[in-house]
Design a protein around this ligand. Sequence first.
Ligand SMILES: C[S@@+](CC[C@H](N)C(=O)[O-])C[C@H]1O[C@@H](n2cnc3c(N)ncnc32)[C@H](O)[C@@H]1O
Length: 337
Amino acid sequence: MTTPIQNQKLDSLLMPWHTDWTALFGTDRPLILEIGFGYGAFLFHLARQHPQSNIVGIEISNRCLVKVEGRLARESFPNVRVIHSRAETALNHLFVPESLTEIHINFPDPWFKTDHARRRLMQRDTLDAMVSRLQPNGSLYLATDIIAYAEMSAELLAATPGLTNQLASPWVNSLPGRVTTKYEARARAEGRSCYYFAYRRNDVPAPAVPVIKDLDMPHMVFTTPLSLDDMRDRFEAFHHNDGDVHIGYSAVFRGEYTLLFEIHVNEPTISQHTALLLTQRQVENEYTLQLASFGHARPTEGVHAAVYALGSWLLSLHPDAQVVKQKLRPDVSAGAT
Ligand SMILES: C[S@@+](CC[C@H](N)C(=O)[O-])C[C@H]1O[C@@H](n2cnc3c(N)ncnc32)[C@H](O)[C@@H]1O
């Protein structure tokens, strides 16, 4: 048994990729995940129902986290940890394949607008990550009160060879013994039916979804006759797309020997709001572009793409500008628009 880490705020952007859950809990026990636990009724129910398992809850809402963290600080739940994280980040960066015995999703946000469809939890890539993370015979449970979401999920789950339906129908309208979540209680009070799914991981090989780890820190060193002021004055906010990575460069700030570029990097598994730093070197006309060292940005593929695209733009400002050296993932410019 190792010393557990308790009552400490956890965030998937600050945690090791992947996470050592045995060290975090201080015990090596089966691991159960609840995605989007809201106000935690189901999470605490899981904790009581499975005292011999460790329960991880993830949420993106700070309001919900604060509420549940408060209860964890007041009451003793040694087998529960809650993490500020998007589901996609936790599944792809924190958990190794075959590490979870159960995954629970209760009343996910539907994101009906076509523009928002990529945010839906129940979609191919995220479901493949869940299948990969489940242990043999592990279970996936989903509940929703929206018939269109139930139908969409039924289709997606039926087309997932690694999962077997545990029910005689695609879903059921009640599951005996289930604790009622806050959202579920409201749905029922407002007269909406609920749809429950129960699937089991079978022995069909899981899709290959390796843990996404940190890359090396990206940087680019280049020479240009332009000054920091010249480069700052030429800057206008712009967007850059590299495959399914979307980068927004929104502002530039001048320091004594630096320019700081504010960026938003959105990747399928992680979103980061951070900064790139351009520093004047002691060699004349030479500059280094790198990820700013403050904050907690992670050197992902998207961050490499962000350094590449900004570096390329800075180089394009003068015909004599040239790269001295760079450390960027090799295919960083492939597919860039
Ligand atoms: C409709 S509420 C349901 C809350 C709770 N499960 C219940 O049944 O009362 C959906 C919850 O999922 C969270 N959520 C939405 N998208 C998420 C994501 N990608 N990752 C983690 N949590 C998410 C929201 O913040 C919200 O708390």
